[in-house]
Ligand binder design. Structure first.
Ligand code: NAP
Length: 389
């Protein structure tokens, strides 16, 4: 879809008042459908016009991040939407922002938020998420074999120093609500253990789509009154090459999704998003990106109505019975290999299985010593012990 096609779209708007809202513990209401703004590798040139079109069509929740390298483009889109009368002011929007890994050192947190606010053209952000549980950076647009030798696991002591800075900015009125993204259960248990009621995260953004449902983790967050929104809710068909693996399958090509789409007379994309809205008693939301005006509109419509019957939701979710096995296949699109630290032994599953989560820097240092000693023994004793990490 070209920029001019976006500019020429005459599609009828969706009334934002009809979009499902999710109550956050602090009292704010968050639109369940968030318009994703990441796709720097192929859609950056389209992002301003696509975001303006999304706002014109009725999207009121924008999902942004410093890592997407386009906050000022989103800011331009917001300013243009106000100028064109699509919204009265930025107060009509709910904006999610994210603290990038490279800015998690305590001294960098406040300047990072300032830069985000300035680029977006707002004086406060509705929801500020800690983007990843660890401060590991990768270069923008890097390949899947990128490794950062300074990468580290989750160290709770360090995370809490970052979290304190985020909380200070909330107390200063620059953030309305705080949350996490990509947090695992162990990381969240440690965080919740050490914060007061007022300082808890209200939301966690995580990968969720029909072939990667994360139901147990989702239910744990729900039980803690943490609202979950699922990113890559359509299965991210144009994700970067570094996030494509032989084991992956396409959510929108799954036979169950296709059959339900035919039954409902809607697109396969709409089935994925309707399921995201209706599953688990409708307590969560989705983040979806589109540049095609028709898809921008259809995707928002999924949060205005119950497209799926309870039986259709069950055919996707499953309930453990023979009748309803569901289609979850644990197909993680962002494996996160570019964030691996040396002791993961190149196994991306360590990022997600909580086998290397540390309370203190001292704990991790002791683990590292032991790991390195083990490596020496391995390389000098095992027949195949010198495989690289
Ligand atoms: N917190 C995190 O760590 C994290 C990680 C990844 C992503 N995110 C957020 O999640 C957002 C969504 O992720 P994503 O963009 O990778 O994946 P996605 O929303 O699942 O997929 C977007 C792609 O799907 C296409 N599409 C959109 N609607 C469609 C429909 N109804 N039918 C068929 N195709 C459709 C779009 O094509 P067209 O553009 O041609 O319309 C676009 O290529 C990002 O933009 C970002 O805001 C967050």
């Amino acid at each position: 879809m070209s920029e001019s096609a976006l500019e020429m779209s005459q599609l009828e708007r969706v009334d934002p008042a009809t979009v499902r809202q999710l109550p956050l513990p602090g009292g704010a209401m968050m639109p369940a459908a968030a318009y994703g703004t990441f796709h720097s590798d192929w859609a950056q040139d389209l992002m301003k016009d696509a975001t303006v079109e999304a706002i014109r069509l009725g999207w009121r929740h924008l999902d942004t991040a410093r890592a997407y390298e386009n906050e000022s483009i989103v800011g331009d889109a917001i300013r243009e939407s106000i100028a064109k009368g699509y919204i009265d002011s930025v107060d009509d929007l709910f904006i999610t922002g994210k603290l990038w890994n490279g800015h998690m050192a305590p001294k960098d947190v406040a300047p990072a938020l300032e830069s985000t606010l300035e680029a977006l053209g707002v004086d406060k952000i509705d929801l500020y998420l800690n983007h990843w549980p660890w401060p590991n950076v990768h270069t923008p647009g890097c390949g899947g074999d990128h490794r950062n030798p300074d990468a580290v696991p989750y160290i709770h002591e360090a995370f809490m120093e970052t979290w304190s800075e985020i909380l200070a900015l909330k107390k200063a009125g620059k953030i309305v609500d705080v949350g996490t993204s990509n947090h695992t259960r162990a990381c969240m248990e440690l965080l919740l253990r050490d914060v007061s009621e007022a300082d808890r995260p209200v939301a966690n953004q995580m990968e969720m789509h029909p072939l990667m449902q994360s139901t147990d983790l989702r239910r744990y967050f729900d039980s803690e009154n943490i609202v979950c929104t699922g990113y890559m809710a359509l299965g991210s068909p144009r994700r970067p090459a570094r996030d494509r693996f032989k084991t992956h399958r396409s959510d929108m090509e799954d036979p169950v999704i296709q059959a339900i789409a035919a039954e409902c007379g809607v697109s396969v994309g709409s089935v994925c998003l309707a399921w995201a809205i209706q599953r688990e008693q409708g307590r969560g939301g989705f983040v979806a990106m589109a540049t095609n005006p028709g898809r921008i509109r259809d995707n928002l419509m999924c949060a205005t109505q119950e497209i799926l019957s309870p039986e259709q939701v069950l055919r996707i979710s499953g309930d453990g019975s023979d009748d309803f096995p569901g289609i979850d296949a644990d197909i993680r699109l962002i494996q996160g290999q570019v964030f691996l630290w040396p002791e993961t032994d190149s196994d991306w599953r360590v990022l997600w299985d909580d086998s290397q989560v540390f309370e203190t820097r001292e704990n991790y240092a002791a683990f590292k010593v032991s790991f390195n000693a083990h490596q020496v023994v391995r390389t000098t004793t095992c027949f195949n012990g010198d495989r690289s990490l």
